[in-house]
Design a binder for this molecule. Structure first.
Ligand SMILES: Cc1cc2nc3c(=O)[nH]c(=O)nc-3n(C[C@H](O)[C@H](O)[C@H](O)COP(=O)(O)O)c2cc1C
Length: 403
């Protein structure tokens, strides 16, 4: 991610007849104040020359992975890092397919795979290519991963066919880039505390009471908030997930440790996103040595753990408070109750009774419950849900808030 004053937009141009319209897009983006760098596929150079884009952008135009750019030791990585937003317009069926499958066999697709920046795709192709099931399933896969599509328009196509497939109007594509550019830095200057994962409450040195939370959603939120410029601390229960980039990670085991870690850091937070599944109770005593098979206790006495989110609400700590509710029935009603009882600004609720969604899976479908109403996310990858949560968090932070 580029941290200079000017937003850098990486424009990918691919081998479609609409490639000439990219020249107008580049001009529109420059007019909006962006620094624009163009990467072309080999096929795109059959339609427009790199010289045109070099002249328009006053920047070198890259085509090959193997070209020598003396200013960049590893060119695709430097392009990926520099980009605040990446837009591919026009995007061929071929490049959509390659990105959907993680292929990286030219400079453009390698840069796209390497970038953390939001990706906007404006497809343009023959109507039959666009409608083909394989293209549509590639589009759906990328959409679920958070890629923004500027849908092609309908009309007469260059090939003579009539139908959808024309590149969307240049201003529409530029507007989509602006939305992403603003989103890319909308949490800059904010401090966000995220909790994630499940806690483990020890019975003895080898056994514990735990839950099925994987931590994926909380990690995705922390990563997304950091990408968007926030200073992020992630307090997490045990999980195999790697630390997100640019996030301070505090690993704890028990609810009491999570309580202490949150309370020690919440003073600085503009927002708390409490996605951890904190155990409601713990064994009253932890046995110091491993309990042997022949001395199994008749019962384990449990005591209540502190309710971290309720305490933050009661003491009005942490700025904007977003809670999570994992329910198996009457999801919306429980979420509304939680919103009030814990004085949250939003509750993200999901039904964990569906084994295909929720705990440990890659996708989820949630309700965003606020005092203003309820919205459903539909089924999305957790990374995309994290983006939706950060969008709402950003709006709550910008608009002031009342619990
Ligand atoms: C005249 C001509 C026009 C083309 N227009 C398109 C198009 O609009 N969209 C598309 O997906 N492919 C189009 N193609 C096919 C692509 O150029 C071809 O799939 C190529 O491999 C794409 O390479 P790239 O995806 O690396 O840019 C066209 C080909 C020709 C010869």
């Amino acid at each position: 991610m580029n941290h200079s004053e000017r937003v850098t937009v990486l424009v990918g141009v691919t081998g479609g007849i609409a490639a000439y319209k990219s020249c107008e897009l580049v001009r529109a983006l420059i007019k909006r104040g962006y620094r624009v760098k163009v990467v072309m596929t080999e096929a795109a150079t059959e339609f427009v020359t790199p010289l045109t884009f070099r002249t328009l952008t006053n920047e070198p135009v890259a085509v090959s992975l193997w070209e020598d750019d003396p200013s960049a030791p590893v060119h695709h990585i430097s392009l990926a890092d520099e980009a605040d937003v990446c837009v591919i317009a026009p995007c061929t069926a071929n490049v959509i397919a390659k990105i959907a499958h993680g292929r990286a066999d030219d400079l453009l697709t390698t840069s796209v795979l390497a970038t953390e920046a939001p990706i906007v795709i404006a497809p343009a192709m023959n109507v039959h290519m666009w409608r083909d099931e394989v293209t549509q399933s590639n589009v759906a896969a990328l959409h679920a991963r958070g890629v923004v599509f500027v849908e092609p328009a309908a009309g007469e196509l260059a090939c003579g066919d009539i139908g959808e497939g024309r590149l969307a109007p240049v201003e529409e594509i530029a507007a989509a880039v602006t939305v992403e550019a603003e989103r890319a830095r909308d949490l800059a200057g904010r401090t966000v505390l995220v909790t994630a994962g499940g806690t483990q409450e020890p019975i003895d040195p080898v056994r514990y009471i735990g839950n099925r939370s994987s931590g994926k959603t909380g990690f995705a939120i922390a990563a997304e908030a950091a990408r968007r410029g926030a200073r992020v601390t992630l307090v997490t229960g045990p999980t195999h997930l790697a630390d997100p980039f640019e996030v301070e990670v505090v690993r704890i085991q028990t609810a009491l440790e999570m309580h202490a870690a949150v309370m020690a850091r919440v003073g600085e937070a503009d927002a708390v996103v409490a996605s951890a599944a904190v155990a409601d109770f713990r064994p009253a005593e932890t046995v110091s040595g491993k309990i042997k098979k022949d001395s199994i206790p008749e019962a384990i006495t449990l005591v209540r753990n502190p309710d971290i989110l309720a305490e933050l609400g009661e003491r009005d700590l942490g700025g904007v408070r977003i809670g999570f509710a994992a329910e198996t029935s009457e999801v919306e009603r429980h979420a509304r109750e939680k919103l009030e009882a814990k004085r949250c600004h939003m509750v993200v609720a999901n039904d964990v009774s569906d084994p295909a969604l929720g705990f440990g899976t890659e996708a989820n479908s949630v309700l965003f419950v606020t005092r203003a109403g309820v919205e459903s996310s539909g089924v999305l990858l957790k990374r995309t849900i994290a983006r939706e949560i950060c969008d709402r968090l950003s709006r709550l932070l910008a608009g002031g808030h009342t619990a």
